[in-house]
Ligand binder design. Structure first.
Ligand code: ADP
Length: 431
């Protein structure tokens, strides 16, 4: 309102002055004076506009141009608007930067796509998973980089409730789970997860269940068969029934050994993080195992025990006993009659080494890296014949890992094998 009255009084003042001039000096002089005044005013506004233009062109400057009056107010208001806009811009860009940093730190790959499924942005994990170059591939259609017919179909169908699992050919052996998440105005997020490990665990679990079922089915079939025959026959002679009972007992023992080994493995898995700090008298344990080995071999092998140190170990007695006993029983089972088996306990290169050397059938080099896998056997028949479960070396490996120890296998087919366990200095008690 005050603006209106200001303008009204100025207009009134000019009209009064113009009227007085008209009356005293005449029309021509008055028009000349008014024209000069209007020219001066026009010049003033032109100058202020030039200042405004110059100021607008010098983008970065937010200092106030030197002006007074109405133009001064206009500049002050513009400066305030500019400051507010810059502040808002800074807030947005720092929020954007934080968002990008957070997305980059995500373990999942993230690709932002436009409404035409072209790449707008992606984080470093997505670059690794999908072989995208965030800078160079911007604007490329996603299917040019994720070249899978299944993915193209998944993208087209528009049903993104379930993720798609693909084998990434660019990175050997990598298995990816891809999920599309629509957002905003027909835009999409592509989230990629590396599920190679998960898939491996799942396939191991499937194999494991299949193996256990298979291992149990054979003895159960044998026992079932005998039971059926015995129940169907009216008169079973004593000799035949004794033989059937013996064979059934063998199969039952086989199942028992399998179940015991499975329980040992599961207990080891459940107690992986437990401290294993008991003092285990290894020489004493090995003397006992040596006697057990002799009775297991029943004089078929020449077994020797060489205790080169009396050092003890920090660990769990039952676990170490089970691991060492597995190695010894393997040596007996895979060494033909009259063969030699040597058990050694020594300290070498600051490590406690227990080794079992045999002159048995040996192992082809290609099998050695897989020996500690569950149910892996070089000769299935021989393993079964000698009462093996296929879990012995898996147990050994697990026990050693829980004791920060390692297993080393040196073997030559037809000549024999040496299985060495090596314990770190920190576990040795040498008094
Ligand atoms: P198994 O119960 O079949 O013996 P293990 O896990 O103890 O299972 O051993 C895995 C495989 O490693 C065996 O089936 C056998 O083929 C091989 N193996 C283990 N120890 C020896 C050895 N001392 N000599 C030759 N082969 C061996």
């Amino acid at each position: 309102m005050s603006g209106f009255w200001d303008r009204f009084f100025i207009f009134l003042l000019i009209s009064v002055i113009a009227g007085l001039l008209w009356i005293t000096l005449g029309a021509v002089v008055t028009l000349a004076c008014v024209s000069i005044a209007l020219l001066l005013l026009l010049f003033h506004h032109q100058r202020q506009l030039a200042i405004l233009d110059k100021w607008l062109q010098a983008e970065k400057s937010i200092s106030l141009p030197d002006s007074s009056g109405k133009w001064g107010d206009v500049f002050a208001r513009l400066i305030r608007l500019l400051r507010e806009q810059r502040q808002a811009q800074q807030q947005i860009s720092s929020a954007l930067e934080r968002l990008q940093r957070a997305t980059s730190a995500m373990p999942e790959g993230v690709v932002i796509m436009d409404e035409m499924d072209r790449i707008e942005w992606c984080n470093p994990v997505a670059e690794k998973h999908l072989g995208i170059n965030a800078r160079l591939d911007r604007g490329q259609h996603i299917t040019h980089l994720v070249r899978h017919t299944q993915f193209a179909t998944y993208l087209e169908t528009g049903d993104y409730s379930e993720p798609l699992v693909i084998k990434q050919s660019r990175q050997q052996g990598m298995i990816l789970s891809l999920q599309i998440v629509p957002f905003g105005d027909k835009q999409k997020l592509l989230v990629s997860r590396d599920i190679t490990r998960l898939e491996k665990i799942q396939s191991m679990r499937r194999d494991f269940i299949a193996n256990v079922s298979h291992e149990l089915r054979t003895p159960l079939t044998v026992i079932g068969g005998f039971l059926e025959t015995l129940s169907e026959e009216d008169h079973v002679d004593a000799k035949a029934s004794k033989l059937a009972l013996k064979l059934m007992t063998d199969q039952a023992q086989r199942m028992q050994r399998l179940v015991e080994d499975l329980l040992t493995l599961s207990q080891l898995e459940n107690t992986e993080n437990l401290a294993r700090d008991d003092v285990v008298d290894i020489p004493k344990m090995l003397r006992e195992l040596y006697h057990e080995a002799q009775s297991l071999s029943s004089g078929r092998h020449a077994i020797t025990l060489d205790l080169r140190t009396e050092a003890k170990l920090r660990g769990r007695m039952d676990e170490l006993r089970s691991a060492f006993s597995n190695l010894i029983s393997n040596a007996i089972r895979y060494t033909p009659k009259k063969g030699a088996i040597a058990l050694n306990w020594e300290i070498r290169d600051d490590r406690g080494i227990f080794s079992v050397q045999d002159s048995g059938i040996g192992i082809e080099a290609e099998h050695v890296p897989r020996l500690t896998e569950r149910f892996y056997r070089v000769d299935r028949g021989r393993s079964r014949e000698t009462g093996g479960t296929g879990l012995g070396l898996a147990i050994v490996k697990h026990v050693l890992t829980c004791h920060q120890a390692t297993l080393d296998v040196v073997s030559e087919p037809g000549k024999g094998s040496c299985f060495s366990t090596s314990f770190p200095l920190a576990r040795l008690i040498n008094d």
